[in-house]
Design a protein around this ligand. Structure first.
Ligand code: T4K
Length: 376
């Protein structure tokens, strides 16, 4: 029976700085009256993130979508871009907004990232880039995707919106490919309220991207590229500096939630989830479960509705597939027959609540409901 006065449990909850700590930084900003355009906190945050993320260069943005748009501009991508239908819609929108054609390729169910076995068949003479997503922060098969990119001379732009702090064998996966994008949205492991970044390998690319995110200005009177306004302001940078001090604690709390879910749900027939991958430092950004209706005795949508009726607001990330939205549905690569794994998984997934503030009693409420499909 649904209990009406239970407090809703949302899929996530943002890491927030102590308001007093933030106030100190706000007073500094107020004193200097420098609130955006490469301020002091902006510079400090770029340096601090390079160190934390183990990346050589980073450029901050005002959200996680502008880095995608800008990356395609920076690499002068044209024609067709190979990408995944199993992501947040911003991934494909960034391709479309650049006047390019997205070509959807199916995913590998073991990590929900692009399936390297299917990429080559989608490459045409018009293909000029590959845009994979480290979905849920799970690393794609980077080595194989890179091999294919090298064979055809294609750049790779990783949408790493979910992959803050993820490492393989001690190396940041943000260093893979040509460019990686991050989102620091409120719903992410690490946030600046709204925000994002591009990670690059060298100083000249950092310079180009810094121009592009500032209307293309090289100096007061020189515009060297058709840029946009993507700059992060000082208030967000201040939030980012404070949140960076607590993000490790937050990730560890999420890790403990993942451990509890796995222990409790491992023996439930028809429920699949991801385990940690060997050698990978995960960030536990999401906890997706995949419902096999026949074995579980209930469809994904029935479980979703049941949880909702109990105030548990899991989310179906990523249903519907991007390829099923009106804008993209007519593309030949959007046909469900071309995307069997993504189509099936989009119908099986629910991301259970996953954040650093989930209490034991909240976790027990969720687990009890998911583990007992026979109860209403
Ligand atoms: N690439 C990928 C792979 C992405 O996943 C995303 C964004 C992007 C690119 C683009 O990055 P951004 O431009 O957004 O930085 C959310 C986010 O808006 C979006 O950032 C995210 N991916 C996507 C997966 O999820 P919604 O519409 O599901 O969020 P919303 O507002 O329903 O929030 C979910 C829950 O989070 C709420 O029920 C409660 C909690 N919440 C949310 C907000 C905004 C809070 O507690 N506080 C808050 O301020 O899209």
């Amino acid at each position: 029976m649904a209990v009406e006065n239970e407090t809703p449990i949302t899929v996530t909850s943002p890491l927030l700085p102590d308001p007093d700590d933030l106030n100190k930084l706000l007073k500094e900003i107020w004193a200097t009256k420098w609130i955006t355009n490469n301020g002091k906190f902006h510079e400090q945050l770029e340096n601090a993130l390079c160190k934390y993320l183990k990346v050589p260069y980073i450029s901050l943005f005002t959200n996680g979508t502008l880095p995608l748009l800008t990356a395609l501009q920076a690499l002068r991508v044209s024609g067709e871009v190979i990408t995944t239908p199993y992501s947040f819609v911003a991934t494909t929108h960034s391709i479309w907004w650049n006047g390019l054609k997205p070509v959807f390729v199916d995913i590998d169910p073991s990590n929900c990232g692009l399936d390297p076995d299917r990429i080559e068949a989608a490459i045409t003479p018009r293909t000029t880039a590959i845009m994979p997503v480290h979905c849920y922060g799970k690393p794609c098969d980077g080595a194989r995707i890179q091999q294919i990119a090298d064979k055809y001379g294609l750049p790779i732009i990783y949408d790493a919106a979910h992959a803050f702090g993820v490492e393989v064998e001690g190396q940041s996966i943000l260093n893979w490919g040509n460019l990686s994008t991050l989102s620091f949205h409120a719903t992410k492991v690490y946030n600046t309220a709204e925000g994002g970044a591009l990670v690059m390998h060298d100083e000249s690319m950092k310079k180009r991207i810094d121009y592009l995110k500032n209307f293309g200005f090289e100096s007061e009177t020189e515009v060297v590229a058709p840029g946009i306004n993507g700059k992060m302001d000082e208030i967000r940078a201040a939030i980012g500096l404070l949140n960076l001090q607590h993000v490790d604690t937050c990730i560890e709390a999420r890790h403990q939630v993942a451990i509890r879910y796995r222990e409790a749900l491992r023996s439930v027939p028809g429920i699949r989830f991801f385990d940690d991958m060997p050698g990978v430092k995960h960030n536990y950004s999401y906890f997706p479960i995949f419902v096999n209706a026949e074995e579980y005795g209930m469809t994904r949508d029935e479980l979703y509705a049941k949880l909702k009726s109990h105030g548990i607001l899991g989310r179906r990330y990523f249903y519907p597939l991007i390829s099923q939205f009106d804008t993209y549905r007519a593309l030949p690569s959007a046909a469900p027959e071309n995307l069997p794994n993504a189509t099936r998984i989009a119908n099986e997934v629910i991301c259970l609540p996953m954040h650093h503030l989930l209490s034991d009693s909240d976790l027990n409420r969720i687990i009890d409901l998911v583990a007992s499909p026979q109860t209403a």
